[in-house]
Structures are given as C-alpha cells and as structure tokens.
Design a protein around this ligand. Sequence first.
Ligand SMILES: [Fe+2]
Length: 202
Amino acid sequence: MVHNPMVHDPVFLEIFSNDRINGFLEAALDEHCILYACTSSSMPPHGTNYSGRIHVDCPRVIPGYPTNIGFLIAFDDFTRENGATYFLPRSFERTDPPDDAEFFDNAARPLPRAGDAILFNARTWHMGGQNKTDRYRHAFTMNVCRSYMRQRFDYPRLLGEGLLETLDERALKRLGYRVRVPVDLDEYYVPPEQRLYLGGQG
Ligand SMILES: [Fe+2]
C-alpha cells in the first residue's frame, strides 16, 4: 500500500482533474466534496492485503445521507482468481458486521477491467479477496468525504502552494485547497474570493 501516490508521481494528480471521475463523485456527494484519503491497493501473488477482512471504510451511519464515497480504479483486470473485492449489496446503513456465512452467501463481486472504476458508499461492508495467481494485481483507491470534514492528511500542506498555479479549480477543490482555515487576522480579513474556506457555502 502506497499512501498518497501523487506525492511520488504527479500523474496521479490527473485523477483529481478528470471530468468523468469528478462528475460521479459530485453526483454521489456534492460539488464541494474533498479527498479524505488515497492509496494504491496491490494484491500480492498468493496472498491478500490489509483489505482482506470484512470491513467498512467509514465509521458513521447517517440514514439517507452518505458522508464518504469509495472510488477504486482497476489498473489490472480484476478476476475471481486475483482477489476481486467482495461487496455486500445494500449493507451501508447497518452497523453490525455480517458474519462470514451471510457475507459470502450474499456478496457481489464486480469484475472491473483495467481502467474501469467502482464507486461505492464507503459504509458498504466489503472485503478484498485472495490473489491465487502468480502475478500482482494493482489498483488505486480513494475515499472522498464532505467538504466540512477533516482529511486524513493535510493535503494542501503536503502538496504545497505551487499547485495553486498549476491545477484547475476542480482539482484544487477536491484536494482541499478551498477548505483551508485562516491562521491569523490577515488571512481572515480578505475579500470573499480570496478566502481560504469556500467549501460548502454554496
Ligand atoms: Fe476498504
């Protein structure tokens, strides 16, 4: 698992400018949604990884109101043999974990091809499978949350001010650059368009 792969290769920043990806994320949450976390997800040959347990990617349930969306991009074809993720359909509002029998009897196993993506309510009970092949299976995952929530990392501080000059507005918003908070009165008393916190006001 590589945390924050865009720190290692800027090609991963393109995900946050991608219109199709942003369209799905904004439809699922809203136009102000921000990145909570992102990592690579590689399933080693003849093994599994940290996702290989029945779990959810979000601790809270607010009925009828998703706070976190999972988005997985397959870099290799997912197959039943190389560890394709199990999802328990419609399980996103239940707080009690399903037992193994219920989970495996009812789980769905979508099989994205390389380049396909899966979007899911991050409260859905799910689990990475076992890779029974001789090859790694690679993917990218991110978790996107509401604009007024905290990010797992302080992405604007991690990625730096330089991106303000190079990234488009949608990517800046997604990475959290529009929900920063002022550090002092000089940063607080500024014209509305220069405010550090713009998210969720519209
Ligand atoms: Fe997960």
